[in-house]
Design a binder for this molecule. Structure first.
Ligand code: 4AD
Ligand code: MG
Length: 429
């Protein structure tokens, strides 16, 4: 019977078959060892020369790093062994001998590792980070499912610019220009009158010409849109949502966070309410600290780092100047120079993980903003229709999955938190 390593505890004393990849082997005369990884865990196998036939002994001797093997053996509990079990090998069969493996247990440069991303995925820290990503993605769906949101899949090829013209990937669509979606937002807004509360979750694309630790050209974003919600409701949803994602990672990924050496005391208290600071107060605080910032500018990574220093929870910065933000955000009736929006900044220097806003629901003001931004009005006829046929107050936000998982896992660069990162200078593998 073939079993997987994570289920070995149910087979103590039994003889089982395991299939997997060999991480290392060593041999001391008449006793030899191998570490086998099968994607669910890692286990040590012990081969005694006198207990196996020659074919098995020789097969063990031929194993190279990352060879595929089928091992039959008896499961023994051993608290000293990694994973808590050991397998006394009865027979071993090589399924495929691996050529000399490029990734060795030593320091490699990051470019080398990214060139070998298809193999680097197998390393323990990479596996741990991507496991947390998978858990967070599942938690995202669970959160919205339990709150009765309907999932709406939005198009990746679009004719209307979702955010700003500066970072578009353009492609030829049978002679006309099409863009890779920067956001699904405009489309989830259209789905609200059909389903009330909705969300989309998929890859989004930005031709970012910046090589920073928090920019990818292809990243995953989840975007809820809520009917009859204002900016305050929006921030409350965000803090509950982010707290839930952290809680799920702590609950179900304790092993992975340990592999990543994450200091979980930095995140185990992440619960609502999160602190809030208006943009105007943020600029005043930055100026006080000697930072060169002008009211009207968007905040950059270094501004965000200074602002979050004072907090051990994510921090909301709300109501930015109109000119710093996208065309669809609702004008603030109390200060028309600003819009009803927020960015949520993660602590420990991670910075913006969410951008959200109440949407402009006034037809004329929205049309005016589209003109001011010099966006092609024809492409937004359908979007303006949403304000013609039953306009309604509504709000939503977008959370970047890689940035959120980088913060939760404490990894420096978000490129490790997506299986195959797309960066300005990288399309391979
Ligand atoms: O602030 P952004 O641009 O907001 C939107 O796209 C809105 N349409 C969302 C909405 O209201 N429905 O992006 C949202 C989040 C950012 O806070 C960040 O976490 C992530 O998406 N993000 C990126 N992540 C990785 N690489 C990039 N180049 C990113 N650009 C944005
Ligand atoms: Mg933003």
């Amino acid at each position: 019977m073939s079993v997987v390593i994570k289920d070995l505890s149910a087979h103590i004393g039994e003889s089982v078959a395991l299939e997997g990849w060999v991480e290392t082997t060593r041999s001391h005369g008449k006793v030899a060892f191998l570490i086998l990884r099968d994607g669910t865990g890692v286990v040590q196998g012990v081969v005694l020369k006198k207990a196996v036939d020659d074919a098995t002994w020789e097969a063990h001797g031929s194993l190279t790093q990352e060879s595929t093997a089928r091992v039959v053996g008896r499961v023994k509990q051993d608290d000293r062994a990694p994973g808590g079990f050991e397998v006394e090998v009865e027979s071993l069969e090589v399924m495929a001998l691996a050529e000399e493996y490029p990734i060795q247990p030593k320091e490699h440069g990051v470019d080398f590792l990214l060139d070998h991303r298809h193999l680097w995925l197998r390393s323990s820290q990479q596996r741990a980070g991507l496991k947390v990503r998978s858990e967070v993605q599942q938690a995202i769906h669970d959160f919205f499912y339990r709150r009765d949101f309907t999932r709406i899949d939005t198009p990746i090829l679009t004719g209307s610019i979702g955010e700003h013209a500066g970072t578009l990937f353009e492609t030829d669509y049978f002679g006309d220009p099409a863009y890779m979606a920067q956001t699904g937002q405009l489309y989830v807004e259209a789905a609200c009158p059909a389903f009330r509360n909705v969300y989309c979750f998929g890859p989004t694309f930005r031709a970012e010409k910046s090589k920073t630790r928090r920019h990818l050209t292809e990243f995953w974003m989840v975007e809820p849109e809520v009917a009859f919600a204002d900016s305050e409701d929006n921030m409350r949803l965000q803090e509950e949502f982010v707290s839930y994602l952290v809680e799920r990672a702590l609950e179900n990924c304790a092993e992975e966070l340990k592999v990543l050496e994450r200091d979980t005391s930095k995140i185990d208290h992440v619960k609502p309410p999160f602190p809030r600071l208006s943009y105007t107060d943020a600029v005043a605080r930055l100026t006080e600290r000697g930072h060169d910032v002008t009211w009207g500018d968007d905040l950059g990574a270094s501004d965000e780092a200074v602002l979050t220093e004072d907090y051990d929870l994510p921090l909301f910065i709300y109501n930015y100047p109109k000119e710093a933000k996208a065309f669809y955000m609702k004008e603030n009736p109390d200060d028309p120079r600003t819009v009803l929006c927020d960015d949520l900044l993660a602590p420990e220097g991670y910075g913006e993980i969410i951008g959200g806003s109440q949407r402009e629901d006034d037809l004329e003001r929205l049309r005016e903003r589209i003109r001011e931004e010099k966006l092609p009005e024809e492409a937004y006829a359908w979007y303006l229709d949403l304000r013609r046929y039953g306009s309604f107050p509504h709000s939503g936000f977008g959370l970047g999955v890689e940035r959120t998982v980088a913060w939760i896992t404490g990894r420096h660069h978000i490129r490790e938190l997506i299986p195959f990162p797309r960066l300005m200078n990288r399309l391979y593998p």
